[in-house]
Design a protein around this ligand. Structure first.
Ligand SMILES: C[S@@+](CC[C@H](N)C(=O)[O-])C[C@H]1O[C@@H](n2cnc3c(N)ncnc32)[C@H](O)[C@@H]1O
Length: 276
């Protein structure tokens, strides 16, 4: 892409999003969608692996084994509620692998994924769209859905990108039906964990569960490091961009990995319920 087209796309996204940070996220994930294979980045999260031998790992289709750890994060994120017959909205659905996994393994009735990146949404519809599963371009701060339209809202490793976290939570509360659940997982610098809790406390959603799953994420990164390194090599990024990708990948040896091990960053999961 030449410099004028790149600037044009940043400008168009800025007009759409209204702030610079969200625009940078939009462009980053559009670019990622264009420069990596669908198979490689159907998932864009750090993964999860159980440390408890009595916790059973999900049985997967052999062709999904390659994505076992990111898939396990999705299974963990929705564990604790029954999805059968439910209408689910995923905010920040990325390339659609997570929504697909939930539709395929967990008996949900319907699932809609929304994501800021139009490029990612197009690929998600191409690879996973079908009956009861579709993807739309949209922003977490202003969800394009009626009040009380979903039984479950899911958000996996996306909210750390948001500049308007409070608006996002108000929107989650608005689109959830009474009795519905917000299944929420992400990471933060540990000293900011209380900010997340304060934002959640400011909503009418009831906190049903909070878990620190950092050690499980570290375990998954340990087990998935080689696949991630090979995947980065296969992207069409420049050497400088690959360096940035390496940092973001969280593999063993990166500052991100070290932060999780040392507790500088915390990976957490919440279940919240709309009571009223
Ligand atoms: C790290 S990826 C995770 C994707 C997916 N949840 C997964 O685990 O594979 C973060 C995603 O959040 C999306 N995102 C970032 N800011 C957003 C916003 N304001 N509204 C909707 N999606 C957003 C990005 O485009 C990206 O696809």
């Amino acid at each position: 892409m030449n410099i004028y087209r790149a600037l044009g796309s940043i400008h168009a996204n800025f007009l759409k999003n209204g702030d610079l940070h969200t625009t940078v996220m939009h462009n980053t994930y559009d670019k990622f969608a264009k420069n990596s294979s669908a198979e490689d980045v159907a998932f864009m999260n750090y993964g999860y692996h159980s440390l408890d031998v009595s916790e059973e790992s999900p049985v997967l289709d052999p062709k999904d084994e390659i994505h076992r750890y990111p898939i396990q994060l999705y299974h963990k994120a929705v564990s604790g509620i029954d999805l059968e017959g439910k209408a689910l909205l995923e905010v920040g659905s990325g390339r659609g692998g997570g929504a697909n996994t939930i539709k395929k393994y967990l008996n949900v009735e319907s699932i809609v994924g929304i994501d800021l990146s139009g490029e990612a949404v197009n690929l998600a519809n191409r690879d996973f769209g079908g009956e009861g599963i579709q993807f739309e371009e949209g922003n977490a701060y202003s969800l394009p859905f009626d009040d009380n339209s979903f039984d479950v809202v899911l958000n996996v490793e996306s909210s750390h990108c948001y500049t308007q976290f409070g608006n996002f939570l108000s929107e989650v509360q608005r689109v959830l039906r009474p009795g519905g659940h917000f299944m929420y997982t992400d990471f933060r610098i540990t000293k900011d964990i209380m900010n997340v809790r304060n934002h959640l406390n400011a909503t009418d959603l009831e906190i049903v569960l909070y878990e620190d799953i950092s050690s499980n994420v570290v375990k998954a990164l340990d087990l998935d490091t080689y696949r991630r390194l090979e995947m980065m090599e296969r992207t069409n990024f420049s050497p400088m961009e690959k360096k940035k990708l390496y940092y973001m990948s969280g593999v063993k040896g990166t500052a991100m990995y070290r932060d999780f091990v040392l507790g500088v960053r915390t990976y957490y999961r919440y279940i919240l319920k709309k009571t009223g």
